[in-house]
Ligand binder design. Sequence first.
Ligand SMILES: Nc1ncnc2c1ncn2[C@@H]1O[C@H](COP(=O)(O)OP(=O)(O)OP(=O)(O)O)[C@@H](O)[C@H]1O
Length: 415
Amino acid sequence: PVRAQPGEPWKISSISSSLRAIIRLRRQYRVQKKSRLHLELPREKSSELVHARVLQRQLSLNRASLFETSQYFTFDTSVEQYAMKKCRRKKNRRKSRIVLYPDKTKRYLPTEEKSKAKRCLLLLIVIIFFQILNAIENLDDNLQKYDLDGLEKTMHREVFGQKVAVESIMELLKDYLATHIHNKPLVISLNGPTGVGKSHVGWLLAKHFLSVMDNDFVLQYFVMHHCPNGVAPLTCETDLSKKISDMVTRAEMEEKIPLFILDEVELMSPVLLDTLSRFFEPNQTNEFLNAIYILISNIGGGEITKFVIQNASAELLHQQRGGEELLSIIQPVLIDAHPLWKSADIIPFVLLEKSHVINCFLEEMRREGLYPDQKHIENLASQLSYYTTGGKQYSKMGCKQVVAKVNLLYLGCLG
Ligand SMILES: Nc1ncnc2c1ncn2[C@@H]1O[C@H](COP(=O)(O)OP(=O)(O)OP(=O)(O)O)[C@@H](O)[C@H]1O
């Protein structure tokens, strides 16, 4: 290097010559360094690589041990980052897997569209559900309106020896009165021998429906009374038709179901029966479809008496099966009498046993304010005539004579 002599001032030329010397020296040093690196590289590089790998491994071991042994909360995110990286790497590996699709299919999942049909179906289900709920409530309302539970209790309490008949009547009434919309009127025919309680049931029904319906929607028609001998059949026909038409029209306005109880039907003229049968047909206006007819007659009574005596020893009579069998016997007899019975539900009333007659006596005497002892009543019951068969006694006249006997007793007491 060219130095300035002491005391001599610095010259620009001397500075530039020394700079150039420095640059030259640096270049030479670099060239030498490069050539040395080229010569030593293979050996040094491998050792450096080994060193780097050892370091890397140590680092990963430290991380792994840290990850496994970390038990305490730490702000050191290196562990999580490591775990996330690992996870991402796995995902990437999974993504990179090649999926082979068949040639003709779509290579993507179809986009899920919101189905209108599904929504409609759901709405429909909800509507149906509410309609069912509403219908159930309406059924209950109707049954409560006519207090059929109360009627059932009364019938079981006050009608003796006709369990199957009472159950069948109640079932028909419950079914029919559950709704106000019908496609035909309900026609129930009570048939059986004399004094077994057919008219008695008619009275109980009339009393009950008169009490549950505010207005007068019950008609009790007794042929001997409303259409006595000597009155022209046409007059009776017009009169009955008018009575029925008036009542169904009034009842329809109040959404009520009228009850027509026709007693002594066996005494009705064929003309009157024809008239009646027209009201039972299904092809009429609504008001005529919403009505209940109870036909009471002793037609088929002979067949019922025979059946009861023949099956006295069997328990069949007080079972539903017995009622069905009896029905199959008397139905053809009734249809033969008049085709109107084709539209009727027939309820056979069976003969009453002596125990039932005793109950009739008890009930009638209580009604008259008499309270005799059991022996006295049995004595009275024994004065009636019975069919004795299969170890049982069946009253020939049912409880028919009970009222007359009690009346005599009552008069005797008064006397
Ligand atoms: N099963 C019964 N349970 C309670 N009481 C009865 C029964 N059967 C008859 N009675 C009593 O006997 C009386 C006469 O019976 P009811 O008039 O009901 O007989 P019926 O079957 O209609 O006979 P008929 O066909 O002769 O008219 C009734 O008023 C009632 O008091």
